[in-house]
Write a new protein. Structure first.
Length: 154
């Protein structure tokens, strides 16, 4: 029986990733404090270590689910709320490619020519974007995309 779901919502977070970034946080903090206390505190290394500290903190909270990734797809389009989020209409998408794994469904979306991903960070300006959904949300998402005229690959 074909899937006729009109809306797909998927929350995905990984506490294991949060713990891994929490383990890296003391290392980044140590390097940052050591660099700030050195004679060459105004070097580019200071900015790099500060970025490492901030990235570890952000990824820790994301990994714990406080900044989880929520993907929503409906007749209007597909949106991802959270860190690196986007909001695209179906007409902007050329294709969706899905790959099911035990812990998550991986989706690669390709935009039509001339389209850009509107994202909250600069890396999101690529023509191809990858994101994850829960394993049980992958097939309904791909079926919804196919009904909206998007090319779907499995």
């Amino acid at each position: 029986m074909p899937d006729t779901t009109d809306q797909v919502v998927s929350d995905l977070y990984s506490p294991l990733i949060g713990v891994a970034y929490l383990a890296l946080l003391p290392l980044w903090l140590l390097l940052f404090v050591k660099q700030v206390n050195s004679a060459d505190a105004a070097s580019p290394w200071t900015a790099l270590y500060a970025a490492g500290v901030l990235f570890s903190i952000a990824q820790f909270w994301r990994g714990l689910g406080l900044l989880r990734q929520r993907v929503r797809a409906d007749a209007r389009g597909v949106r991802m709320e959270g860190l690196g989020g986007f909001d695209l209409s179906w007409s902007q998408l050329a294709s969706l490619k899905g790959q099911s794994r035990p812990r998550a469904g991986y989706v690669v979306m390709t935009l039509r020519d001339g389209q850009k991903v509107t994202s909250d960070y600069l890396i999101g300006r690529a023509k191809t974007r990858r994101f994850e959904v829960k394993p049980d949300a992958l097939e309904p998402l791909l079926a919804l995309a196919a009904r909206q005229g998007v090319t779907v690959e499995r």
